[in-house]
Design a protein around this ligand. Structure first.
Ligand SMILES: [Zn+2]
Length: 354
């Protein structure tokens, strides 16, 4: 149970089910919206776990703030088995199959884009606690050699982004709950990667930038996690958070077969507005919004697999859907398939007059 949820919603409770059809695996059911606390929630979509179990999970929408979430969902003690597949490419790093090959090729480009975004987010940020007079990273074209800007990547997986950020001059660390992925990051890149328990013990103001690339939607302790992320940032620091956006064209096209619903691994399904609302609740203000241009193509290809279309249809339609989605995000970032926000501590939360 999330402490902050109890505060906003006294009636909020966890109901443990023993679902006999699912081998007595407990599910958690929320009775109110985790962002605004309203109990006006309604079931809007039933989504099948195409990736792993084949089980069905309902999605609920909050009628007050519009937040969508998987409900009920497996508890943290049992959700591990839903990640248990060799195809979980974010962690296993397999190159099998054309989709995976494309994913890895696109990743090289995306890693560079992510590093550029993080560099942009930290432009003007001066070295923080313990290194107050450290050099400033101000220009992403500069030959940066300083290590005064500390970066933490939540859910760092096999460490490709952290490795690139380290080469760019950041002092990097990662949190990764899966041991194999963590070991890969340590062995292949020599990175510092910790398990998730470490996250809760990080000292306040320890990092200039905290990144979550498609991670927030996985975290059971949603509000507590945002509070902790804010706490570990320096006053000038920035959180860079990427999540799927179900307002995107590809989401509306594939509906319950949209691969980025990815139940039950994705517990929370954001839009730019609901993400902003969640962050604002905890004193973080969004100062920038960006898109990840490959995501609509990758998600559309995966969605076609779930639709069970023929290979011809799949390879013709998915790029078209991806292209329409990408084009829409160019004139309206609210429709980006994946939204990246840069968030900073609000003046109010710092005790300053705006
Ligand atoms: Zn709500």
């Amino acid at each position: 149970m999330e402490r902050s949820d109890e505060k906003i919603c006294p009636s909020h409770r966890i109901v443990l089910f023993l679902n006999l059809l699912m081998d007595d695996r407990p599910l958690i059911e929320l009775t109110c919206c985790p962002i605004c606390g309203s109990n006006a929630i309604e079931r809007t979509l039933d989504v099948v776990d195409h990736f792993s179990s084949g089980e069905l999970f309902p999605l609920m929408d909050c009628r007050r703030c519009g937040f969508r979430f998987t409900n009920p969902f497996p508890s943290k003690e049992t959700i591990g088995r839903y990640y248990d597949s060799p195809e979980y490419i974010a962690h296993s790093d397999t190159h099998r199959g054309l989709v995976n090959k494309l994913y890895h090729a696109a990743r090289q480009v995306m890693v560079k884009r992510k590093v550029r975004l993080v560099t942009k987010a930290t432009r003007g940020v001066v070295g923080g606690k313990g290194k107050q007079n450290g050099p400033t990273l101000t220009d992403d074209r500069a030959n940066v050699t300083n290590e005064s800007l500390r970066l933490l990547d939540m859910g760092c997986g096999t460490g490709y982004f952290l490795h690139a950020a380290k080469r760019r001059g950041f002092a990097v660390s990662g949190i990764e709950k899966e041991q194999k992925a963590r070991e890969y990051a340590v062995d292949k890149f020599g990175l510092e990667a910790w398990d998730e328990k470490r996250f809760w013990n990080i000292e306040p103001a320890s990092y200039h930038v905290v990144t979550l690339w498609h991670v927030l939607e996985h975290l059971e302790k949603l509000n507590e996690s945002v509070v902790q992320i804010k706490e570990m940032l320096t006053d000038e620091g920035a959180a860079v958070i990427a999540v799927p956006n179900h307002l995107a064209y590809d989401a509306r096209f594939y509906k319950e077969r949209w691969a980025a619903y990815d139940v039950p691994r994705h517990l929370w399904h954001f839009t730019p507005a609901t993400l902003e609302r969640l962050l604002a609740r905890h004193g973080l203000v969004v100062t920038g919004r960006h898109a990840l241009p490959f995501d609509p193509f990758y998600i559309s290809l995966l969605s076609e697999k779930y639709v069970k279309s023929t290979p011809l249809v799949r390879w013709v339609r998915a790029p078209l859907v991806g292209l329409v989605s990408l084009a829409r995000s160019w004139y309206d970032i609210e429709q980006a398939s994946s939204i990246v926000v840069i968030a900073r501590k609000s003046s109010k939360s710092l005790g300053r007059t705006p």
